[in-house]
Design a binder for this molecule. Structure first.
Ligand SMILES: Cc1cc2nc3c(=O)[nH]c(=O)nc-3n(C[C@H](O)[C@H](O)[C@H](O)COP(=O)(O)O)c2cc1C
Length: 192
């Protein structure tokens, strides 16, 4: 069911690193993005795929994880992503992508979850370092990194209380994600 897939599609930050993701699999997920809506139908987004274990290690060093978990430096060796899709904007096509980026990221993540994988969107990356690692020309601007792997952590959604939106981990390392209740997302115009 679509609702189950969405609920399962959490931001995962710990993976079984031994479960690798093939180039073919990454190609398939990227290929799905051609079916997505695109502002002006310009389709300026492209992906750099990283799946080699050595290269994954180098990319990992450019990323920052879970800012609210101040006593956690990100996944340990053995629990790191086994692939990355780096979403780049081809500025030769367009200087912006409006909301194409999010639509495509969600598409890729849902497809990954459907296959038993999972991932995390990363905006906190060392831009210049990552550009150098990937050898990107100036016309490709890094938008987001999608970290991917076989999740090995439990992530649960809970109802948000008192606007407490920070995610947290309990003593068993279960990751808790507060979400606003559905009724809070509904603007009651009669009360405005
Ligand atoms: C635009 C965007 C940027 C994000 N950047 C990061 C990031 O740099 N590092 C990180 O660990 N998580 C990042 N996340 C993941 C969010 O922290 C996560 O979506 C949020 O805690 C809610 O958890 P959920 O995805 O399981 O619902 C990002 C998510 C989005 C949508």
């Amino acid at each position: 069911m679509f609702r189950d897939l969405l609920q399962k599609n959490r931001s995962y930050r710990r993976f079984d690193e031994e479960v690798r993701i093939s180039e073919e699999q990454l190609r398939e997920w990227v290929g799905l993005t051609r079916f997505c809506a695109s502002a002006r139908n310009a389709q300026p987004l492209k992906y750099v795929a990283v799946w080699d274990a050595g290269e994954c290690e180098v990319v990992f060093e450019t990323l920052a994880w879970a800012g609210y978990l101040t006593d956690w430096d990100g996944p340990e060796k053995g629990e790191r992503p086994s692939a990355y899709l780096v979403q780049v904007l081809d500025t030769r096509i367009s200087e912006n992508c409006l909301c194409d980026d999010g639509i495509q990221i969600q598409t890729i993540l849902l497809a990954a979850v459907e296959k038993g994988y999972g991932g995390c969107v990363i905006k906190s990356f060392k831009n210049e370092k990552l550009r150098a690692v990937l050898g990107l020309p100036d016309f490709l601007k890094i938008n987001y990194v999608i970290a991917l792997g076989k999740p090995c952590e439990k992530v649960v959604i809970e109802d948000m209380r008192d606007n407490g939106f920070k995610y947290w981990r309990d003593a068993e390392q279960v990751h808790h994600v507060p979400k606003r209740k559905a009724e809070e997302l509904w603007v009651r115009r009669e009360e405005l």
